[in-house]
Ligand binder design. Structure first.
Ligand SMILES: Cc1cc2nc3c(=O)[nH]c(=O)nc-3n(C[C@H](O)[C@H](O)[C@H](O)COP(=O)(O)OP(=O)(O)OC[C@H]3O[C@@H](n4cnc5c(N)ncnc54)[C@H](O)[C@@H]3O)c2cc1C
Length: 399
C-alpha cells in the first residue's frame, strides 16, 4: 500500500511539473508568435513614416518589403554621383507647413524649383502656361495682349464642350491646345482627345505673369543627398525584411503581430476575387550620355504626337550636378498589364465601385489597416502621403 501511495504521489508531482512546463512553454510560444505590435507591409514613404512614428512611441514594428530595396516609388539609384529617380521624377512640394517641418527633421531640401519646358517639333515653350509661353508662341509682350489672343481663340467653341478637345480649346484656345496639350494628352491616355470625356480637364491654369514655377508651392525642393536618405533615416533601427511578398506568406506573418498596416494593392490582398483594379502604366528607358549637360533642364515634355515618349528627365539637374556625364530617362505611357508596376489608378466609375467593394471586404478583417497610394487606390503626392501616415498613427493610438 505504501508503494501504491508513493507511486500516486509521484504521478501527481510529475503531472504538476508537466502542467507547469506546458504552461510555461505555451506562454513562451505565444511570446514567440506575437512578437510585434505592427506588421507593416511596404517600405514606401507611407510605410516608413508609419513604422517610424510607431516605434518612436514604443511599438514593436516589422516592415515587409517585396522588392530588394526599401523606399517604394521614391527610391533612387546612385549612378556616378547622380541620383536617378528610377520610378519616375519626384519633386517634393507642399503648402503644408507641418509636413515640411516634419520631413526637415530627417533631411534638408535643396532650392530646386520645378520649371519644366515643352518641346513641340523643336519649338521650346515654358510651362506652366505663362507670359514666357505666350511670348514664345505669339510674340506678345503684355498680359493684355496675351489675354486678347486667348479670348479670341476660345470663342471657337460656342456651346457646352462635348469632349476633351473642345474643353481644352474653350479654356485656352486652339494654338496652345494643338502645340502643348493635344499630343501629350493623347500619348498619356492612349486615346484621341476627341474620344476622351471633357471632365478630365476641369481647368487649365493660365498665368499672366512671367513665372515658370510649376508647382508654385510654399515649400519645394529635392532632399539633399536624395530621397533614399529620408527612408533610411525613418527606418533606422526598425526591423525590415526584403524580398518578402506578404500576400504569399500571410498566414506565417499575421500571427506575429497585433495589427497589419498594408500599403499594397487591395485587389491583390483579396486574390482578385472581385476582379482587377486598373492602372495606367509607364515604361522608363534610361540612358547614360558622355556629356555634361544634355537638355539644360530636369524635365522636358515632348508634346508632338509622333514622338512616342511624353518626357525626358535629366536627373542631375534636380541636384545641380556637375559630373562630366549625365543620365536621362525617356518616359513612355503604356497600357498597364497585370504583373507590371502599377503607377496611376484609373479612378473611373467602374474601378471606383470595384475598389469600394474591396474596401467593404477589408472592413471585416479585424487586424487590417490600409494606407498609402495603392491600398487607398488614389493618386497621392508625397506630402499627402506623409500627412495621411501621421494621421493614421494618431488614429491608432488615440483609439
Ligand atoms: C511617375 C510618378 C511620379 C510622381 N511624382 C511625384 C512628384 O513629383 N511629387 C510628389 O509629391 N509625388 C509624386 N508621385 C507620387 C509618389 O510616388 C507617392 O506619393 C509615393 O511614392 C507613395 O508612397 P506609398 O508608400 O504610398 O507607395 P509606394 O511608394 O508604392 O510603396 C508601396 C511599397 O509597398 C510594397 N508592397 C506592395 N505590395 C506588397 C506586398 N504584397 N508585400 C510586400 N511589399 C509590398 C511595394 O513594393 C512598395 O515598395 C509620383 C508618382 C508617380 C507614379
Amino acid at each position: 500500500m505504501e508503494w501504491q501511495g508513493f507511486i500516486v504521489g509521484l504521478q501527481n508531482i510529475i503531472a504538476t511539473i508537466e502542467y507547469i512546463l506546458l504552461d510555461r512553454l505555451s506562454l513562451m510560444g505565444e511570446d514567440y508568435i506575437m512578437k510585434y505590435d505592427y506588421l507593416i507591409v511596404g517600405s514606401g514613404l507611407f510605410g516608413a513614416v508609419f513604422a517610424h512614428e510607431m516605434s518612436q512611441r514604443g511599438k514593436k514594428c516589422l516592415v515587409l518589403e517585396r522588392r530588394q530595396a526599401v523606399g517604394g516609388n521614391i527610391r533612387c539609384e546612385e549612378r556616378e554621383g547622380i541620383n536617378v529617380h528610377v520610378y519616375g521624377a519626384h519633386i517634393f512640394h507642399t503648402n503644408n507647413q507641418m509636413v515640411w517641418t516634419y520631413l526637415n527633421r530627417f533631411v534638408q531640401f535643396n532650392q530646386y524649383i520645378n520649371s519644366p519646358m515643352a518641346n513641340f517639333r523643336g519649338e521650346l515653350y515654358n510651362l506652366p502656361f505663362n507670359m514666357n509661353t505666350f511670348r514664345a508662341m505669339w510674340g506678345v509682350r503684355t498680359p493684355a495682349e496675351a489675354k486678347m489672343k486667348i479670348s479670341a481663340q476660345r470663342t471657337e467653341i460656342a456651346g457646352e464642350p462635348l469632349n476633351l478637345e473642345e474643353q481644352a480649346i474653350s479654356l485656352v484656345g486652339r494654338d496652345i491646345y494643338e502645340k502643348l496639350i493635344q499630343g501629350y494628352t493623347e500619348k498619356q491616355w492612349g486615346r484621341k482627345c476627341k474620344d476622351l470625356p471633357a471632365f478630365i480637364i476641369k481647368r487649365l491654369p493660365v498665368r499672366y505673369t512671367y513665372d515658370n514655377n510649376y508647382f508654385n508651392a510654399r515649400y519645394q525642393g529635392i532632399p539633399i543627398g536624395g530621397y533614399n536618405k529620408i527612408i533610411e533615416k525613418l527606418l533606422e533601427g526598425i526591423q525590415v525584411q526584403l524580398g518578402v511578398d506578404y500576400n504569399t506568406v500571410r498566414s506565417e506573418y499575421d500571427c506575429m503581430a497585433e495589427k497589419v498596416m498594408y500599403t499594397g494593392s487591395l485587389d491583390e490582398y483579396f486574390g482578385y476575387r472581385l476582379g482587377r483594379l486598373a492602372y495606367r502604366g509607364l515604361r522608363f528607358e534610361m540612358e547614360r550620355l558622355e556629356q555634361e549637360n544634355y537638355q539644360g533642364v530636369a524635365v522636358m515634355n515632348y508634346t508632338a504626337p509622333e514622338v512616342p515618349y511624353t518626357r525626358i528627365i535629366e536627373h542631375k539637374h534636380f541636384e545641380f550636378g556637375t559630373q562630366p556625364v549625365t543620365y536621362i530617362t525617356r518616359e513612355y505611357p503604356q497600357e498597364w498589364q497585370p504583373g507590371q508596376e502599377a503607377y496611376y489608378p484609373v479612378n473611373d466609375q467602374r474601378n471606383q465601385d470595384l475598389y469600394n467593394r474591396y474596401a467593404g471586404l477589408a472592413g471585416w478583417e479585424e487586424k487590417l489597416l490600409l494606407g498609402g497610394r495603392l491600398a487607398l487606390y488614389r493618386y497621392l503626392d508625397m506630402d499627402k502621403v506623409v500627412e495621411l501616415a501621421l494621421a493614421a498613427v494618431e488614429r491608432e493610438l488615440g483609439s
